[in-house]
Structure formats: structure tokens, C-alpha cells
Ligand binder design. Structure first.
Ligand code: AMP
Length: 294
């Protein structure tokens, strides 16, 4: 497993069709599923590890973000990656960028409202990765539904020739969506956090039983969250434009952001007016976030 520190080194190491899996590291099975998908798509699989300061709206969240390059290198290699791209902040931002990428509309609701500047940071760093590494395909998780809509639109608007693919959300066996931030939840908070996915699953059940009204689906989730979890938003949104909608009359996702203690978590289910739902994939055993091997 090669560790590449500069854009030029990473470009030189690519042979044949290149797939990129952008991450902020502290890998879990969600990331590993993207790496496996990338492996199926390309000759060279490059995983980037970069905790992008530009997309953090809270300095405490940036400081607390878990990091472990050795652990990530071993996991990425086992999942089929060829190289790790681990640039320094100076490599990515040799000077403070005067150019920011802003994707209008897709950035406005939900995460965009609650994390000012976050999506401009995401769009800017992903544009830099696509421009600097020139992958043929890049894989993203549907766990970050609005981010996926944003990246897909940004790549189309800026004529990046990279194919933007999405992969399902990977969950713990009890439903909690995997997130590197989960390691900051103590056992009590970890139990509380379960009501987020439980609420989303109940809403998906309601869709399968015929419910289409956003307000009803959102209430199903809020009821499960109860008084203990403070949701920043519960919103049904158009899957392509990431704009809130009132009726499930097109492909959509139902998204939640909530603080569990001081850890901010997001999750969603993908819903279709035909009644089909995409709830993600559940692991059979506890994830590697809790120290197990895979
Ligand atoms: P992050 O390291 O959190 O920035 O995530 C890197 C990539 O992994 C993004 O495309 C995420 O959407 C994806 N990802 C994160 N968590 C999951 C998950 N539980 N299931 C599937 N993909 C995920």
C-alpha cells in the first residue's frame, strides 16, 4: 500500500482506469464498501484521507475528529485499495483559496442551513480532488445524501469527466448508521442515538404502507426521537435537487440531523413514490469502529 503525499505523486501512481474514494479517514465498513465498489470499477483504486478544514463550521468538531493513518492504511489495503492519498493541508491549500465552489439550491436547505460554509468547503475540496487527481470514477455514500446530490451537480456543472457513483448506507446490526463520529458516543448516548435510525425505519415502513405526506413521515421520525434527542431538522427532500418537498411524488430522501450529547449525527432513508425504500445495509456483527477486526 503506497502512501502518496502530493497530487503529482498520486497522478503518477495511477495506471489504467482510476477510481477515487474520498474520505476524512478513521475508516469503517461504510468506507470499505465504497472501496470494494471502486475495486469493481477500475484498475487503480486510490483512497484519499484528508480532514478538510474548509468544511468544518465548528473548530471543536475539527479538533475532535478521530485520526489514525496506520489503522486506515491496513483497512484500505485489505478492502482492495492500491494507494492512499494523504496530502497535508499545505499540499491541498498552498495558499488560502480565493476560489470557492458554491452549488446554489442544493446547498441551501438542511445541512446548508445548519452548517454555514460547510458545503462550499465540501464542493471546493471535491473539485480540487477531481481536478488534481483526474479519476475516471469517484464513489460516495448515500449516508450523506445531500452531499451526494451536491457533488453530482457540481461535477456536471463544471464538466468534470468523472463518473460520480453512490453506494448504500452501511449500518450497525442494530440500525445506527456508521460514522467515524460514533466513537465519541458513550454507551448511554450510543443507545439514545438508535432512535434516529429507528425513526427513519418507521417512516420507511409508513411509505411501504402507502403514506406519501412529508409532514406525516417527518412526524413519525420526531415521535421516535422523543424529548431526549434534539433534532436540527427532519426533512423530506427531492433526491436530485436536495430541496424540501411536501409530498413523496418523486425519488426523495428523508433526512435527519441531531445532536446526541455533543456529537452531531446525520442519517437518512431513500424513498420512492412507487413505495420502494432504500434503508441501507446492516452489518451482522459490531463494526470495526469498536475495535473488532475485519
Ligand atoms: P467521511 O469520511 O465521513 O467524509 O465519508 C467519506 C465517504 O464515505 C462519503 O462519501 C460518505 O458518504 C461515505 N460514508 C460515510 N459513512 C457511510 C456509511 N455509513 N455508509 C456508506 N457510506 C458512508
Amino acid at each position: 500500500m503506497r502512501r502518496l503525499r502530493t497530487f503529482a505523486e498520486a497522478r503518477d501512481a495511477a495506471a489504467g482506469r482510476l477510481a477515487l474514494v474520498p474520505t476524512m479517514g478513521f475508516l469503517h465498513e461504510g468506507h470499505l464498501s465504497l472501496i470494494r465498489e471502486a475495486r469493481r470499477m477500475a484498475d487503480t483504486v486510490l483512497v484519499s484521507l484528508f480532514v478538510n478544514p474548509l468544511q468544518f463550521d465548528r473548530p471543536d468538531d475539527l479538533d475532535a475528529y478521530p485520526r489514525d493513518e496506520e489503522r486506515d492504511a491496513a483497512l484500505a489495503a485489505a478492502a482492495g485499495a492500491d494507494s492512499l492519498f494523504v496530502p497535508s493541508v499545505d499540499e491541498v491549500y498552498p495558499v488560502a483559496p480565493l476560489t470557492r465552489v458554491h452549488v446554489e439550491g442544493v446547498s441551501d436547505a438542511m445541512e446548508g442551513l445548519h452548517r454555514p460554509g460547510h458545503f462550499d468547503g465540501v464542493a471546493t475540496v471535491v473539485a480540487k480532488l477531481l481536478a488534481g487527481l483526474r479519476p475516471d470514477v469517484a464513489c460516495f455514500g448515500r449516508k450523506d445524501a445531500q452531499q451526494f446530490a451536491l457533488v453530482r451537480r457540481m461535477a456536471a456543472d463544471l464538466s468534470f469527466p468523472t463518473e460520480i457513483r453512490s453506494c448504500p448506507t452501511v449500518r450497525e446490526h442494530d440500525g445506527l448508521a456508521l460514522s467515524s463520529r460514533n466513537v465519541r458516543l458513550d454507551p448511554g448516548r450510543r443507545r439514545e442515538a438508535l432512535s434516529i435510525s429507528a425513526g427513519l425505519m418507521a417512516a420507511a415502513d409508513a411509505v411501504e404502507e402507502g403514506e406519501r405526506a412529508a409532514v406525516v413521515l417527518e412526524d413519525v421520525v420526531r415521535e421516535r426521537l422523543g424529548g431526549r434527542i434534539d433534532a436540527e431538522y427532519v426533512e423530506l427532500a427531492d433526491a436530485v435537487e436536495a430541496r424540501p418537498i411536501t409530498t413523496l411524488d418523486r425519488p426523495a430522501f428523508l433526512a435527519v440531523a441531531a445532536f446526541v450529547g455533543d456529537v452531531r449525527l446525520i442519517d437518512n432513508v431513500w424513498l420512492d413514490p412507487s413505495g420502494r425504500t432504500d434503508r441501507g445495509i446492516r452489518l451482522e456483527t459490531e463494526s470495526i469502529l469498536y475495535g473488532g477486526e475485519r
